[in-house]
Design a protein around this ligand. Sequence first.
Ligand code: G3I
Length: 365
Amino acid sequence: MRKTTQAAVIGTAAAALLVSSFTLSASAAPEHSGSHGKPKPPAADTLGGLGLRADLRIGTAVDMAALAADAPYRAKAAGEFTSVTPENVMKWEVVEKERGTYDWAAADELVDFARANGQLVRGHTLLWHNQLPAWLTEGDFSAGELRAILRKHITDEAGHFKGRIWQWDVVNEAFNDDGTLRDSIWLRKLGPGYIADAFRWARQADPKAKLFINDYNIEGVNAKSTALHDLVVELRKQHVPIDGVGIQGHLSVQYNAPHDIADNMKRFDDLGLETAITEADVRVPMPSDSTKQEAQAEGYDVLLRGCLLTRRCTDFTVWGFTDKYSWVPGTFEGEGAANLFDENYAAKPAYKALTQDLLLAAGRD
Ligand code: G3I
């Protein structure tokens, strides 16, 4: 939980002064200790450093290919953020491409990177309808077999990373936008009880990790976020071990920003649940320009303020930080430039908007 009362008080003028230096420092990430010695704390003028003062982790999804090949990417991932999420390498199709043969190499590498840099890890994700191995989607399994396969997967993966994961996205994207449960292999064969089972198995495998349900289009109050809220109420009644709700935050400047996000997050907070913004990005129709970048900054700002206004919001994670590597252009034709930094790692207005929000939050009583 964020302990805002401990934060130092900083006046708006001092905040503005600090912010003006960010444009200079943004492209020069501090050097971290790497795998030698104790990790250094994040520099005070990074998102991660400012976030700690506001009692909030600021994270990023990490693309392991970029981490290996691109030194500026690596420096920024190490220096700017206080938590990381594997963009792909903990997904089922990666960790168990062949049935019964696990490959944890890339995921272990990220966990080691995080430890070397003093970062926490959000595990993503134990159960999803997407990025499943072909042996699973193409196999003809009975309900009993599929349930055993799922149980084994969750037990083995959460068990492998036991003690090294801060928050697990146990169940990802289980809902349709109208609030009904998604027609997935899991729902079709196992029925809606698969969600409660997944949380119970995850808790057994790693009792200390915080267990989240995660979804998109649940930023504001709508049919989907309400259905998810109702499900969580029901799960809690049944003593299912669920700790938090992850709000992905994939926005587009072409739609209104979710200005009611704090109202929505409060509903979960009132249940005693943690919340997090887990995959923030704000795409724009290409080519981008300064007007679109300002609109983009507003989107990021709305998401972060939702979190800052919510007592148990623990972290704000961006889904990648540079336009150099982004899932957006491959999925939304004609859209892109969704991240805080451009392809050359120059900070955009959205970066400044986040730093200003964090400075104000760090300075409040
Ligand atoms: O696995 C192949 C790899 O072998 C090959 O070398 C490569 C060449 O293009 O393609 C690889 O797979 C791609 C994978 O990313 C790894 O790069 C897939 O085609 C591609 O579809 C996949 O996209 C990922 C997407 O999830 C899949 O749905 C994105 O990188 C990733 O950012 C995205 O992340 C999701 C979250 O997990 C859940 N919420 C939505 C978010 C955005 O879609």
